[in-house]
Design a protein around this ligand. Sequence first.
Ligand code: PMT
Length: 431
Amino acid sequence: MSLEGTQLPRRRPLDGRRVLVGVGAGIAAYKAVEVVRQLAQLGADVHVLMTRDATRLVGPATFRELSYNPVITDLFEGHPRLAMTHVTLARQADLLVVCPATADLLGKMAGGLGDDPVTTTYLACTAPVLVVPAMNTAMYHHPAVQANLAQLAQRGCHILGPVAGKLATGHEGMGRMVEPHQVVEEVCYLLHPCKDLRGRKVLVTAGPTREPLDPVRFLSNRSSGKMGYAIARMARLRGAQVTLVSGPVALAPPQGVEVERVETAQQMHDACLRHLPAQDAVIMAAAVADFRPVSPHPEKLKKQDLFARGQETWSLALTRTPDILAAMARLRRPHQLLVGFAAETRQLESMAWQKLREKGVDLVVANDVTRPGAGFEADTNAAVLVDRDGQRTEVPLVLKEELADRILDWVAAHLPPAPAAPAPPSTPPAG
Ligand code: PMT
C-alpha cells in the first residue's frame, strides 16, 4: 500500500501513560485547559485535580469533557471513597504536572502540607513532578517563593518557567506561565521512553542558507528546516544536549535546544566549526548553497542599470561557498560521528555511496527530493541510509520525526561508550 498523500498511522507519543494535572487558583488556569486537551490528544490518560479556588476560575466540567475522566475537586465530597481516589491515582501516575503552580501551592508543596487534592496528591506521588509556576512579578521575586522553588528543584521537581511577558494585571514582567504547547513538550520529554543519548552532545544543521545579491535579494533554496528541526527535537527527547545551527526558517525553536541562527553558508561554516570540538555527533541536514554572488552589491540593484542600452540579459558571477561537511570531516576527532545528507534527483543510491566516500563521513542519508511527500517542505520523507561499514537501510515514506529517530538509532549504536561517571568520594573511616 502506498502511504503517499495519506495521513500516516502513528502510535501517539503518550499512549498508555497516565498524567495527573493539578490545577491551582491562578488566572493561568485557563491555559491548563489547553494543556489537558493536548495531552489527551497525544494519547495520555489525563486526570485533573483542582484546588477549590481553582474551580472558581475554570469549571471542572471543562476539564472533565477534555480529559474524558472525572475531576477531583474536593477530598471528601461526592464519593464515599474519594479520599482514597487521589492516593490511588498518585500511585499509578507516570507524571504529575502542577499547572499553574501558584505561590500558595509552591509553599504548601515545599512545606509538606496537604489540605487539597493537588497538594495531597503531590505528597502521595512517587512519579516525576513537573511544576509550572505562574504569578505576579513581585510574588515571584519574593524570597519565600524563590526559596520554595529552590527546595522543590533540589528535591527533584522539574521547574518549567515562568517567563517574562504580559501578566493578568496588564503589566509586563516576570511570572507569566509558559505556553501550553511548551508544557506538553516537557511532558513528552520527561516521559520519552528512550534516553540512549543522555550525556551526549549533538550538533544539527537545518534550513537553507541565503546568499545576498544586494540588500533586498538573495539566492536560496526550498528547505523549510523541518528535517533538521525534527532531528534536533528527537535527539533532545532521547536525552542529548543539542545545538541547532539554523538557516532562516519559519519554525519555532525546539524546546530545550540551543539554537544559533545564521544566514549565509560562510556563517553556517563558522558556527559549525566553533561548535565542533564539544560534539559527540554532528548531523548536517541543512541545504547549504553551493555558490554565492562574487560581490553582493551594497545598494539595491536597479533594472535600468542592469538592462541599459536595450540589453535583455544580465549575467551574475558566482563563486563557491565553503563545503562545511568536508571541513568538518577534516577537522573532527576519530570518536566524533559525522552524518551527511544527500539531496538527489536521480540515481539516489549510487550518489549516496559516492558522497559517503568523497565527503569522508560515517553515514549518508540520501533522499530523493523529486518524490512526492519527500524532501523539501513536506512533513514526511523517505531515505536510504548508507554507512561506513557498507550497510544500507531503506526507510519508507514516514513522518520526518520517524526518519530522525532511525538516524539517531544509527548514531546511538555507533557512538563509542560514554566515559564512566566519576566515582562518589569515599567516606573517611569512622573514628
Ligand atoms: O528542510 P526541509 O524542507 O525539511 O527539507 C529537507 C532537506 C531536503 C533539505 C534534507 O532532507 C536534505 O536533503 N538536506 C541536505 C540538502 C543538501 O544540501 O544536500 P547536498 O546533496 O547538496 O549536500 C550534501 C551534504 O553536504 C549535506 O549534508 C549538506 O548539508 C552538506 N553541504 C552542502 C554544501 C555545502 N556548501 N556545505 C555542506 O556542508
